[in-house]
Design a protein around this ligand. Structure first.
Ligand code: ADP
Ligand code: MG
Length: 419
């Protein structure tokens, strides 16, 4: 994706505060045009599936805890049509990668299938097992989500595929089953052991709402964020994330080890008195990990409650506390993330334009998420870009969004005359 699409707030261009990424309608039109150029006829189906950002509740999902994600106004759009021949066969073109793959998702898996198409393949195989039927399909992927940027283009692609399969087959999946099936596709076919947050946010996202997700039960609760003056600002540090895979696995096994010490099934069950009693038995490092998980779960539930009450001071304070805990107790931040959060906090103190900010995602790079007031956006962008560049040599990429609707069908046409 061209860098400009991320640079919603490019300073000095007169574009401050305005989104430069195509809106969904424009992206859908691009997908339709591209499909027609590529396959020689208009698509019969168009589906949209958003990315997501997590506002608070980090490194809690694999501890059976709480998270508060939302869908964002950046999407994967699939344009598709039936192709001649009734047997299941997929002709898949990714505009972002300029690559095409063709295969039969009901025949034994091909070893040479490109990794990016395995997300689609996995979902199609799993929906087929649930009796969703489709024949030969031509499919084009258009997207304004960065690939591998921490905003879950992978879940967007999986859920888009499941939504397309629903439209084509005329059968709907239970939404929880749909999210879990997409997660399973990512585990079993793409080989990524992700939690359930991404797929749930993409399936259950609602305009003007966040989603309080209980990762133990899979229950979701909508949390309104209706004030149109509040925007969600996402800033990409632009740090290449090299160590994150190993560090992520290390945190997971530390949490599992700590849960064993505390004799609980997961750190979700751990309580402060457990932790105090086990103070001597746990290493300082494991103690810190538990302290993060217990406090982060408390902050997440509290943030959802205070957000509903419009108590922005407390929501902001909880976001800053979350960042400090991830930095000091969970050790997953990095200097660039800390710098962005500090710059945002300073600006908030100066003119009140920032409600709260924290790192989001696995850490060691990736993005910062902030809640900001729309009116201060232009000044804020300038106050962040320059000092961040001076101190890191990196150009941060910024854009704002409101909580968006989850995956949905944009167009589903009946067969054309004569078919
Ligand atoms: P994230 O989910 O944070 O974007 P991941 O590494 O989990 O990062 O998923 C990114 C992968 O998803 C890409 O490397 C690619 O395989 C697949 N993917 C996402 N969007 C597209 C797209 N538009 N075209 C092809 N593959 C895509
Ligand atoms: Mg992903």
């Amino acid at each position: 994706m061209p860098d400009g699409e991320w640079n919603a707030l490019s300073a000095g261009t007169g574009e401050e505060g305005r989104e430069s990424s195509p809106s969904l309608a424009v992206l859908a039109q691009q997908a339709e045009n591209h499909f027609e150029r590529h396959f020689g006829r208009p698509p019969r189906w168009l589906v949209a599936s958003p990315g997501r950002v997590n506002l608070i509740g980090e490194h809690t999902d694999y501890n059976d805890g709480f998270a508060l994600p939302m869908a964002i106004e950046r999407y994967v759009v699939l344009a598709a049509d039936q192709a001649p021949g009734g047997t299941p066969r997929i002709d898949l073109f990714s505009a972002a990668l300029n690559q095409q793959q063709t295969w039969c998702p009901t025949e034994p898996q091909k070893d040479d299938l490109e990794p990016w198409s395995r997300y689609v393949d996995g979902v199609l195989r799993l929906v087929w097992e649930r009796n969703l039927r489709f024949g030969a399909l031509d499919v084009l992927i258009a997207s304004n989500l960065p690939l591998g940027g921490g905003l879950s283009s992978s879940a967007a692609l999986e859920v888009a595929t499941a939504t397309l399969a629903e439209a084509v087959s005329g059968h709907t999946l239970d939404p929880v089953d749909k999210a879990l099936l997409c997660q399973q596709a990512e585990h079993d076919y793409a080989g990524v052991p992700c939690g359930i947050m991404d797929q749930f946010a993409v399936v259950f996202g609602q305009q003007d709402h966040l989603l309080l997700l209980d990762c133990r039960s899979g229950e979701t609760k909508l949390v309104p964020l209706t004030d149109p003056e509040i925007r969600v600002l996402i800033i990409d540090t632009n740090v290449a994330r090299q160590l994150s895979g190993g560090e992520y696995a290390a945190r997971r096994s530390e949490c599992a080890a700590a849960a064993k010490h505390l004799a609980v099934a997961s750190l979700r069950e751990a309580r402060w008195d457990h932790l105090r009693e086990q103070d001597d038995a746990l290493s300082h490092r494991l103690y810190q990990r538990v302290r993060h998980v217990i406090s982060e779960n408390e902050r997440t539930v509290r943030a959802a409650e205070r957000m509903s009450a419009g108590d922005w001071d407390e929501v902001g304070a909880l976001m800053y506390q979350s960042h400090a805990s991830l930095r000091d107790d969970f050790h997953v931040s990095c200097p660039e993330l800390d710098l962005l959060v500090e710059l945002l906090q300073q600006q908030g103190r100066r003119d009140g334009s920032v409600i709260g900010a924290r790192m989001t995602g696995g850490g060691f790079g990736g993005c910062v998420v902030a809640l900001v007031w729309q009116t201060g956006m232009a000044r804020l962008a300038q106050r962040i870009r320059q000092p961040y560049y001076e101190q890191t040599g990196l150009r941060p990429r910024l854009f704002t969004t409101r909580p968006a609707r989850g995956a949905h069908v944009l167009r589903s046409e009946l067969p054309r005359l004569g078919e």
